[in-house]
Design a protein around this ligand. Structure first.
Ligand SMILES: [Mn+2]
Length: 208
């Protein structure tokens, strides 16, 4: 396994900012957010990730930040199942996280998605909204049944990754319209939908 090849490959992107919007908000009364967002431009793909550290506060923040560090330093060409296995080991001494990772392969017009725990990943297309699946468990405390899924993506499609600090049935698709993502849009959606009893995180991506 080429554990070292990705150590410098997943640099912060310079080209897809205009397709991404993100917002994080700590639970009211907390200073640190237990949800964390990351995205990277790799040679053949863009990788998006959202981690929700269990609970809230400093320990949740440590767990989600550890997950982001592991993904940032990992092999960006390894299958997602291996990435999740290494995250699980890296998070053993933390509270653990729910985690969603989506790889966008622009040359193939395909996404590969995997998730563990209570976290939401939506693919919104002209034909409707798909709620992408996840395995049961906690990254950092073991999980079962992880099956990365390959799905086609077309120009104009949206990907939304969000934590359970937003209701599962939040009508986010209705608010998107024919615009490009921005942090301001993500923040507006968080303001409209985030609950007061947990951290909240939302990552928007629109395919071009
Ligand atoms: Mn949460």
């Amino acid at each position: 396994m080429a554990l070292t090849s990705g150590l410098t490959a997943c640099k912060p992107p310079a080209g897809i900012q205009e397709r991404i919007g993100q917002a994080l908000r700590a639970m009211p009364g907390e200073t640190l957010c237990g949800d964390q967002i990351g995205w990277w431009m790799c040679p053949d793909r863009w990788r998006l990730a959202l981690a929700d550290g269990l609970g809230h506060g400093a320990e949740a923040h440590v767990a989600s930040a550890t997950a982001m560090r592991q993904i940032a330093g990992d092999d960006d060409e390894a299958p997602l199942a291996e990435l999740f296995a290494r995250c699980d080991r890296a998070l053993l001494d933390t509270r653990g996280v729910a985690l969603s990772v989506v790889d966008i392969l622009p040359a193939e017009s395909v996404i590969v998605q995997a998730a563990v725990g209570n976290i939401r990943t939506l693919l919104i297309q002209g034909s409707g909204t798909k709620r992408l699946g996840g395995a049961r468990g906690i990254v950092g405390a073991g999980f079962d049944g992880l099956r990365p899924e390959r799905l086609p993506i077309a120009p104009g499609d949206w990907l939304l990754l969000f934590s359970d600090g937003l209701p599962e049935n939040a009508d986010l698709a209705e608010a998107l319209g024919d615009v490009w993502p921005s942090d301001a849009l993500a923040e507006r959606l968080l303001n409209d939908w985030a609950c007061d009893h947990d951290d909240a995180g939302l990552l928007l991506y629109r395919h071009a």
